[in-house]
Design a protein around this ligand. Structure first.
Ligand SMILES: N[C@H](CCC[C@H](N)C(=O)O)C(=O)O
Length: 278
């Protein structure tokens, strides 16, 4: 009996890369173990996050999008993947304006431009940052402007937990692995290290929860710009330079965070999911 081949898209936003599988015509029983093995860079397809599309119960949303880390854990937000999904769905539906559902609610996206090589520039409204300690979440009441940790990071949720350390030297990012699992973060956290280079410009590195260092982190860039503005270190609109390139983040007057950057199709393929342990 020939096994079913499942189609996937391989995409990235500034080198933060994704496998996208469409489950709208039927789910594939993607357990955390199977997701982790598919995300593996040797025996699997390899990705920073694994993304599934399924039917949304909200008629305003084109699709329900879920994001999974290579350790199998689920994330409530994924900025770079959201731009990729918007580009993909925009092409499918021949539109530049999209609304899709995530665990963190409905996100609106606008495809600003496309090229002939599977590239696009997309703005996603990532919603409002949640800055109270229970929303991050933290394990105990704390001032999320300055957490009781060495380096006094600011913390918030963009639908996923972020702590931002403001540093002069980005080699401080080596603290990432330890901080990800600090007991103050009951759900762990994405750990950003931001160097402010100008009121409207920062350099950022992120140690991602369940994924490690990535070339870019969209929700991490959103968190870093909001945290910088909260601390009076930056303007509400900043260019964020990450290892993989640049994004523009704007925390607008309505408290929404708008993230603009590229989305790129790398390749498409098929995979026999049954070949991967579940
Ligand atoms: N790369 C993603 C972040 C993934 C977040 C995930 N590591 C988590 O557990 O929250 C982004 O572009 O926003």
């Amino acid at each position: 009996m020939s096994h079913m081949k499942t189609f996937f898209h391989k995409m990235h936003g500034l080198g933060n890369d994704f496998v996208i599988i469409d489950e709208r015509s039927g789910s594939f029983d993607l357990t955390p173990t199977r997701i982790a093995s598919l995300a593996g860079r040797r025996r699997g397809i390899g990705c920073d996050q694994f993304v599934t599309l399924s039917a949304s119960s909200d008629d305003k949303a084109a699709v329900f999008v879920r994001f999974f880390n290579p350790d199998g854990s689920e994330a409530g937000a994924c900025g770079n993947a959201s731009r990729c999904v918007a580009s993909l769905l925009g092409q499918e539906r021949d539109t530049d304006s999209l609304t899709f559902e995530t665990r963190n609610g409905l996100l609106k996206a606008e495809v600003l431009s496309r090229d002939a090589l599977g590239g696009a520039v997309v703005t996603v409204d990532m919603g409002c940052p949640q800055t109270d300690w229970q929303a991050v979440p933290l394990a105990k009441p704390a001032d999320t402007l300055r957490l009781p940790l060495a380096g006094e990071p600011a913390a918030l949720s963009m639908g996923n937990p972020h702590a931002t350390f403001f540093v002069e030297d980005l080699s401080e990012a080596e603290r990432g692995p330890t901080l990800e699992v600090d007991p103050i973060f009951p759900d762990r956290a994405n750990i950003g290290f931001a160097r402010i280079d100008a009121p409207d410009r920062m350099r950022l590195r992120v140690w991602e929860r369940g994924a490690g260092f990535t070339l870019a982190c969209g929700s991490g860039a959103c968190a870093a710009v909001v945290n910088a503005a909260r601390r009076g270190l930056g303007e509400r609109r900043m260019t964020v330079e990450v290892d993989g390139g640049e994004m523009v983040i704007a925390w607008d007057a309505n408290d929404h965070v708008l993230m603009t950057g590229p989305a790129q199709l790398a390749f498409e393929g098929t995979v026999d999911l049954e070949a991967y342990p579940k």
